[in-house]
Design a protein around this ligand. Structure first.
Ligand SMILES: [Zn+2]
Length: 274
């Protein structure tokens, strides 16, 4: 009897790593810090005085071992009362229950609202099978600072779930996922690097929220330390181009998944597909 052994030879088609942007739409924000949906096809900029216009997209990263969600968006429901985030995850071909890790850059409402679901006014954990990774200092800031950017009723639900893993400082979650405190935007804001099969995915969250911000120097009012945030943007922009990172831009208007190329001191953003 002959036994045939099928050998799987790894080549680049076997790469599992897959990155998806979960577009939650565009919003206007005024001094009230409320995020009001803004549809450029219907709504007028002139009707939203003194407002900042932003896009929001959490990201999914599929690795061999995990389905990772990077930040969770506002967590708004659509008119049918369903979570837009959950629907986007299903559209991407996954189930919300498949998510194994939720990595949180910081806890401002536009990043943390989707950690929970609003079911007829009752809040529940959004991802029942996931571990949520949160920087401890950020969590403490959220409770101690009286700021409309933090909604502690969300965090109460999560705390009761027993699904939180607090991170202290810089480190690694496993062989593939590392995290680093940046400060700048909030004191304990953190960024993540996910590595698999030689590819590296960088999530700079609100330190590098839009790709265009790598192309010009500026200081943002919404950062607690605008100068530090600016310097960090330069640093991460350089690292991204030197190390060929796939960068995820949470507040990008376009090119939310992109590589950063440097030619003769000029920076180019090249959209990355799969
Ligand atoms: Zn943000």
């Amino acid at each position: 009897m002959r036994i045939e052994i099928l050998r799987v030879i790894p080549h680049h088609n076997s790469i599992v790593l897959k990155v998806t942007a979960l577009h939650e739409g565009s919003y206007s924000v005024d001094v009230s810090k409320k995020f009001i949906p803004f549809d450029p096809l219907i709504d007028k900029v002139s009707d939203r005085p003194a407002s900042l216009f932003i896009f929001i997209q959490p990201f999914l990263v599929k690795t061999k071992n995990d389905l990772i969600l990077l930040d969770t968006g506002l967590g708004y429901n659509n008119l049918q009362g369903e979570s837009v985030l959950h629907q986007n995850i299903k559209k991407a071909g996954y189930d919300p229950a498949d998510i194994t890790k939720v990595l949180m850059s910081h806890l401002h409402y536009d990043h943390s609202g989707g950690m929970v679901l609003d079911k007829d006014g009752k809040l529940e954990v959004s991802f029942v099978n996931a571990d949520y990774y949160i920087q401890r200092g950020e969590w403490e800031t959220a409770y101690s600072k009286n700021s409309s950017s933090y909604k502690t009723e969300i965090f109460d639900v999560l705390q009761r779930s027993g699904q939180i893993h607090f991170l202290d400082g810089d480190g690694k979650i496993n062989d593939q996922i590392s995290y680093e405190i940046t400060g700048g935007h909030t004191q304990f804001h953190q960024v993540f690097l996910i590595e698999e099969d030689g590819e590296k995915v960088f999530f700079g969250a609100d330190i590098v929220p839009e790709p265009e911000q790598l192309q010009r120097k500026f200081i943002a009012k919404y950062d607690i330390d605008g100068r530090k945030a600016m310097e960090l943007r330069i640093k991460y922009g350089e690292m991204a181009s030197e190390n060929n990172w796939i960068c995820l831009f949470y507040h990008a208007k376009a090119k939310s998944i992109a590589k950063v190329l440097k030619k003769n001191d000029a920076i180019f953003i090249k959209e990355f597909n799969g």
